[in-house]
Design a binder for this molecule. Sequence first.
Ligand code: GLN
Length: 173
Amino acid sequence: IEMLKRCNISAVEVRLPEDLNDVDGLIIPGGESTTIGNLMRRSSLDKEIIKKHRNGMALYGTCAGAILLAKDIVGSRQPRLNLLDISVKRNDYGRQIDSFEAELKVDKIGKVKGVFIRAPVIEKVYDGVKILAKLDNKPVLIQKNNILASTFHPELTEDRRVHEYFIGMVKNS
Ligand code: GLN
């Protein structure tokens, strides 16, 4: 929310389906994907997100948010939105203590500092998913139509360009 304010975009917290009423684009943040997924299911926020997305709402998932967008989560049956044709492996860089930063080269944007916090690894992407940045030959920022997903946290840096890219996607959809 702080990052969106810095980009001159008004932002609200979304916890329940009705919170989406005036929302044009949704960022699903980091956290624990099992917890977020269970809460989404309990309140039917998942159904409302899917419905609004079908009507054009752009989505951006960071880290746990990217896991929640995925169709396939290796070895897990946890609740998810199932909107992005990728396969992810949770916690594949190791434990919290193995979190790290790395310089990334992002398509159309340039050099970006990637903050990876107990991040997942995107193992596979399927038809139509564009890879915008890679680390160690694995995708870390991807896009399909009006869905963006990153395994890192650009909101934890001063650099607004990834969010501005998403805001552009929201405006276009
Ligand atoms: N490890 C978390 C998960 O698998 C994701 C961590 C994060 O969002 N930074 O759900």
